[in-house]
Ligand binder design. Sequence first.
Ligand code: TUI
Length: 322
Amino acid sequence: MCHMWGRMRGSMKTRITELLGIQYPIIQGGMAWVAEYHLAAAVSEAGGIGLIGAGGAPASFVREQIRKTKELTQKPFGVNIMLMNPEADEIAKVVVEEGVKVVTTGAGNPGKYMAAWKDAGVKVIPVVASVAMAKMMERAGADAVVAEGTESGGHIGSATTMTLVPQVVDAVKIPVIAAGGIADGRGFAAAVMLGAEAVQLGTRFIVAKESIVHENYKQKIIAARDIDSEVTGMSHGHPVRQLRNSMTREYLKLEKAGAPFEELEQLTLGALRKAVVEGDTVNGTLMAGQIAGLVSKEQTCAEMIQEIMEQAENIFQTRCRS
Ligand code: TUI
């Protein structure tokens, strides 16, 4: 692992930093509503790579976000396409038209877009939650995969980061980015030990100074303890991790009683927007990962990235003797 460190303090070279042309192997998760252009540009400016999270937004909105990001940074940035978005086909075209260099995808199989993206020279990095999906994405031409463990916030799979990452690393030749449960230099170092060549962070960036997330939501993450997240939607196959509140209590009560999907959906419709934009921490969906308990302060993206890289470098220097 020591060989990955560059001469410059804090720089680290992996196949991911080379692929994306970035200084640090840190990727910001493509969080719906949260990951808009201010955050994406700030992470890219700080030497990682920021992503605009298309979430459930219309294609026209994503196009505007891309243009605004370009006004704030010359550095590479990407777009995350949530594949359950009804406008995913259109967004897949927008990223090509706007010359976006990097696309990550979530909550589905991006196979049908792969050829067009590859032809346009877009680097494609699907987020996967299983070895089978990682292999399928490699065969389809993916440049890398994000192996996302169940510790993550939002829509999740069932394998933990600790078990998923090394199994994906063994199953594919393309580089693997670890996600889920990582928020500091220790998590970064652990991910590297599992064979990852970069990490993706979501929860920590929610509380970044450049993040437009409502202060109430940020404070809930800062106050969260280790066991304060809850998974809703398990019964209908769309598990979503978020911080416990009145909404999750009500949801889980109904879910346990066997309520139909339509009834449960009423509780969550528009609830992420309510949390992010209005700061409604009672009825809103406070998506966050299990690592929220470790996130304790608002900092700029640059401060976060510098701190993570310094912590990781110290770990490697003190424990890695050659
Ligand atoms: O996509 C995510 N996380 C998300 S998406 C999202 S928006 C949303 N809001 C409310 C309800 C549901 C979604 C919030 N958080 N992470 C990446 C991820 N992808 N995790 C798991 C997967 C995944 C799951 C199944 C990827 C592929 C897959 O394959 C299905 C298939 O089609 O074979």
